[in-house]
Design a protein. Structure first.
Length: 213
């Protein structure tokens, strides 16, 4: 009887442990309770859009070591044909370096000013390392004007914008809502909670556009 009881406790412990990695699968998030700021965000535009070319990149520090396989963003559509790409990049001295995922076509975004429908793209696993910094980059197609809706959790960090003459860095900005997830086993670091904040390196650039409604 005692042996059977011992096995039951072991199985229960295994079941509990098996449920824990869900938290460790999140490399970065500033999304809580499935919400974001409905009506304020960072402009994203194609070269032929009403706002001209504006590409956005947000820096984050990975909380885990694993294979990133999805990115979720709070993306809103303003005008044009509602086309955009989302990608994961390495960090090269505070600007996007190497495109690690390729340009992944995003599904049509919900109308900006509504809440809360997130846009998610998935891709083959890309190795990322705890404590290392990466960029999530969003680019609109030629005629599209989008907005990266701000998070509503108070998360701030580095935003980079490119309007055709290279990346400009803005530190301490409210970040657009986003989450980067990994699939399979991950290795959380002891200080992972301290790494959830995005990087604050980079000097202020000269071009910043904010969309308010």
């Amino acid at each position: 009887m005692n042996r059977k009881l011992g096995w039951m406790f072991c199985l229960l412990a295994l079941a509990v442990c098996a449920s824990l990695p869900a938290m460790a699968d999140i490399a970065y998030t500033n999304i809580q309770d499935g919400s974001y700021n409905c009506c304020s965000g960072w402009t994203i535009g194609g070269s032929g859009s009403l706002v001209g070319l504006v590409e956005d990149a947000q820096l984050f520090t990975s909380a885990v070591t694993g294979n990133a396989n999805s990115i979720t963003v709070a993306l809103g559509f303003a005008a044009g044909d509602n086309g955009a790409t989302i990608s994961l990049w390495s960090n090269a001295g505070g600007t996007p370096g190497t495109n690690l995922t390729g340009f992944i076509t995003a599904p049509p975004a919900p109308v900006f000013g509504t809440c809360c429908q997130f846009t998610t793209v998935t891709f083959a696993g890309v190795p990322i390392t705890a404590g290392q910094q990466y960029f999530v980059v969003i680019e609109a197609d030629n005629t599209t004007w989008d907005a990266w809706a701000w998070n509503d959790t108070g998360a701030v960090g580095q935003l980079d914008q490119n309007s055709g003459s290279g990346w400009n860095q803005f530190a301490g900005e409210t970040l657009g809502g986003m989450e980067v997830d990994t699939g399979g086993a991950t290795t959380p670091e002891p200080s992972s909670l301290l790494l959830l904040g995005t990087g604050l390196v980079g000097a202020f650039g000269v071009i910043r556009r904010k969309l308010n409604r």
